[in-house]
Ligand binder design. Sequence first.
Ligand code: ITT
Length: 199
Amino acid sequence: MRKLLIATNNKGKVKELHDLLKGLDVELVTPAGIDLKLDVDEDGADYAENAAKKAIAFAQASGLVSLADDSGLEVDALDGAPGLHSARYHPKPGATDADRRAYMLENLQDKPRPWKAHFHATIAIAVPAADVHFAEGNCYGEIIPEERGTGGFGYDPIFLFPELNKTMAELEMDEKNRLSHRAKAVMNAIHVLKKLFEI
Ligand code: ITT
C-alpha cells in the first residue's frame, strides 16, 4: 500500500490535512501513528524553505513520502506580520494560541479598520532521498476585534470572511476545507501526489 506521512506536530493541521487528503488512494499516516517525535527548527527565510526543511526531516526519519505545511497569517495593518512567525508571535515563551490572538488585537487596536489580512500556506512534499515538490494557497479576509466560534485552531476565531459574515472558527471543517489557504494548497498539490504515487 502506498503511504503518505502528514508531517506536522500541529493537531489542527493533522485533522484538516487528513480530511483534505482522504479521497486519495493512499494510506495516510501521522507522526503519532508511527511514534515519531521530531521538532524541526523553523529558521528558513521563507515559507518554502521551512516547509521543505520539515518535509525532508520527516521523510528521512520515516522513510515515507512526507507532506509538510508551513503557513501564516499576514495582516496588512501590521505590515504583513506575523507571517512566517505566526506560530511564535508573542513576547513570552510558552504562549498559547489565545495569547497570540490577544497580542495581535492589542497591536491592532490603534489602527483604522477594516484590518485586512490573508492566510498563506506552502506545502512541501518530500520523497526520501529524492525531490521536493511545492504547492501554495492563500485566502483573504479581515481580523475582527472580538473572538467568534470554536472550530479550527490558531487565529481562526478572529479571522472573518466578510462575504459569509463568519469567522474561520464558525465554519464546519468541510467548509473551512473548501475555502482555506491549506485547502487551496492541497488542491494545487494533488496532481503532484497522483504522479508520485502513480494513481
Ligand atoms: P508544524 O510546523 O508542526 O506544522 P506549526 O503550528 O508550528 O506546526 P507553522 O510553523 O506553519 O506550523 O505555523 C503556522 C501558524 O500560523 C500556526 O501555528 C497558526 O498560529 C497560524 N495558522 C496557520 N494556519 C492556520 C489556520 O488554518 N487557522 C488559524 N491559524 C493558522
